[in-house]
Design a protein around this ligand. Structure first.
Ligand code: GDP
Length: 364
């Protein structure tokens, strides 16, 4: 599955957010820097109203949402790239995630210590980004000599790697993260293999006080400005409220949200933003037994999409019977859609569209 790493300075609300996301007490929040030393991993259902709608129409017995993994990566501090504090292990954890949720403290609370002694989310964002850029620069410098040796030895792949590393190096030396570099489709794989921390897409999470969850505050407004200037996204949420909501029954939660003036749980917005950040899409398999959502990257062909369910589906792929979500819903189900001629047989070259309801035929 796809993994999002939660990073940020100590005491900004990462564990609180992670707890809310995973509804467990596993990542205990405490007003103490470095309280979460082991990376915590949790799987989260991706909320999607379409799935419930499809299940309702097909009278499916079971509803199985698609999932995303969150990793609480604590301990990133100033000097982390130099291996001070608990730095290096955390950098290794970040290498393993597909994207980053960067939590920024936007709440004022004299009782919660800020490591720098002041609330300034834009400066905090720069602190973390600088550490990540330094770590990337160091890892490139370490590897570049070896790559250059390989290039001299006639290694074709190394030529590409060297070119990409040099491009990243020069951006980083200018104080810009690796994600600003436009990477061609044919370089994408080699680029991802470099596993640069600052090449991962980032979502800024403004953790505001309880009273500001619906409106944001002056701090989150500054983050919004910074994010927009960088071409990054942001969400405003109150981790503390989300943690409270996560412990309520669904109908209680709805009432609570209403009272707070919120139309939707912040976590749902966060998860959906995380999904968008990675250019992910969803297709569905729907029947009386179950309605299920599956995650694919945008632009995935039908056999590859089938492979998400099972490798054999991909290997033996014959065709995909396809109904667009809107047709399935407006016509009232599979047989009606089929009668109306809205069920298409699609072959190996078909690029699956977000919301497609699919049924795969394959050789075993
Ligand atoms: P982490 O070190 O980034 O994982 O931060 P924690 O989640 O452990 O939070 C540190 C402290 O800040 C805890 O005492 C939390 O209860 C508190 N905290 C987290 N979010 C909020 C918030 O939105 N408002 C207030 N007032 N306190 C918060």
């Amino acid at each position: 599955g796809f993994k999002m790493g939660i990073v940020g300075l100590p005491n900004v609300g990462k564990s609180t957010l992670f707890n809310a996301l995973t509804r467990t007490a596993a990542a205990q929040a405490a007003n103490f820097p470095f309280c979460t030393i082991e990376p915590n991993v949790g799987e989260v259902a991706v909320p999607d109203v379409r799935l419930d709608k499809l299940a309702d129409i097909a009278k499916s017995k079971q509803i199985i949402p698609t999932r995303m993994t969150f990793v609480d990566i604590a301990g990133l501090v100033k000097g982390a790239s130099k291996g001070e504090g608990l730095g290096n292990q955390f950098l290794a954890n970040i290498r393993e995630v597909d994207s980053i949720a960067h939590v920024l403290r936007c709440f004022e609370d004299g009782d919660v210590t800020h490591v720098e002694g002041r609330v300034d989310p834009v400066a905090d964002a720069e602190t973390i980004e600088t550490e990540l850029m330094l770590a990337d620069l160091e890892s490139i410098e370490k590897r570049l000599q070896n790559i250059i040796r390989k290039v001299r030895g006639g290694d074709k792949e190394a030529v590409q790697q060297q070119r990409l590393m040099e491009a990243a190096k020069s951006a980083l030396e200018d104080g810009r993260p690796a994600r600003v570099i436009d990477v061609d489709a044919e370089d994408r794989k080699a680029w991802n293999m470099l596993q640069l921390l600052t090449s991962k897409p980032v979502l800024f999470v403004c953790n505001v006080g309880e009273a500001e969850a619906a409106t944001g505050n002056a701090h989150s407004a500054k983050v919004a400005e910074m994010a927009a200037a960088q071409g990054n996204s942001h969400v405003v949420i109150s981790a503390q409220i989300e943690e409270e909501i996560s412990q309520l029954e669904p109908d209680e939660a709805e009432m609570f949200l209403d009272e707070m003036g919120l139309s939707e749980a912040g976590l749902d917005r966060l998860i959906q933003a995380g999904y968008k950040l990675l250019h992910l899409e969803t297709y569905f398999t729907v029947g009386p037994k179950e309605a299920r959502a599956w995650t694919i990257p945008q632009g995935t062909t039908a056999p590859k999409a089938a492979g998400v369910i099972h490798g054999d589906f991909e290997k033996g792929f014959i065709r995909a019977e396809t109904i667009a979500y809107d047709d399935f819903v407006s016509l009232g189900g599979e047989s009606a859609a089929k009668e109306a001629g809205k069920m298409r047989a699609e072959g190996k070259a078909y690029v699956v569209k977000d919301g497609d309801v699919l049924h795969f035929l394959f050789n075993t």
